[in-house]
Write a protein that binds this ligand. Sequence first.
Ligand code: 7TS
Length: 407
Amino acid sequence: MNAFDPYTYRDDFPILAQSVHGKPLVYLDNAATSQKPLPVLNASRDYYEKLNSNIHRGVHHLAQAATAAHEAARETIARHLNATRPEEIIFTSGTTDSVNLVASSLGRSDRFVNGDEIIISGLEHHSNTVPWQMLCERLGITLKVIPVLDDGTLDLDAYQELLSDRTKLVAVNHVSNAFGTVNKVVQICSQAKKFGALTFIDGAQSLPHMSIDVQDVDCDFYAFSGHKVYGPTGIGILFGKHDLLCELPPWRGGGEMIKEVTFEKTTYNDPPFKFEAGTPNIEGGIALAAAIDYVNKVGLTHIASHESALIEKAAAMLAGLDEVAIYGPPDRTGAISFNFEGIHHYDLGTLLDQMGLALRTGHHCCQPLMARFGVSGTLRASFALYNTEQEIDALEAALKRALMMLR
Ligand code: 7TS
């Protein structure tokens, strides 16, 4: 295959050593959440053992040490995304929270008037759909959707047609969690800009698999979740261009986001603090930075080529099975989705679980996409740096056995 050896890293992930239903665990549900390596687990533990204190509000030693670690984590993430400054990085609780932050803040701004439009795509997760739909309902503006072609890619000719002076925002994912489709975000953003529209990229499924340069993408916002990139749950990131973050109103009120409070009037802090009301997930931010350091140490280029070799092997294996439907384009990233004629994805997923394999079944929080392909759901295998060729062989053997039982 290639020089990268996943076995070098598997011992870093203690959870992988366990058995499930008496069989070795084969974890292929990484698009839902990835497992955590020791440096991340240690960073969480170290924080509570050595640093725990509230940040930005104490003169004492621990408060200052915790603040320094929290802000160093922000710098690590800013560097990783190639943001122009750490103030462009807002800590949120995850991608969903990041989308809601932007939708809510934009909703309070004066950027929308009657007749305006927001464009999303037919490949979106519900978390990059519903907040925009709620905003449209609240403001009386219109949601437009870029259609999905039969190969699971976006119809970019149709996108060009949808764009107009009424378009105020385009929000799409970088990589589809359901099909692994990689969207042409550079092109999508540059076309949107020609009409003066803002751009929001949901990077929940791209961050674990490729290096991201927000200046190259040239989007206004980029969001991701810590837990899908080997970090903890409950922490996520919103990158926003600094000028825009200065201009936009806050979405939640509370401590930290203020400059001065009187009962008559409150003035707001500068970004990023304006958008970070209350005590944040301090340990989560620090452990997320440890996860980013880990990924960079292993090397995203190695991770990407290893995972794409695994996906190609999985695709070839699946194509060799009878009456299979495989969704999405061949150059998919992170995940592969499939169904077998006459067999419910849930039944197959349940049998695979009995054999120790963890795959996701269902609509993957993409009901409109499932409707577009006329299915209630799919079976999805999704990959991380620690998955192996042997695990694809195990998937093949398990699928053959399960299909025999179900047919
Ligand atoms: N956007 C995409 C593209 C996603 O894949 C997900 C989660 C989200 C947003 C929401 O992320 P959260 O961390 O805020 O929940 N996707 C999945 C999945 O595919 N299976 O479980 C969660």
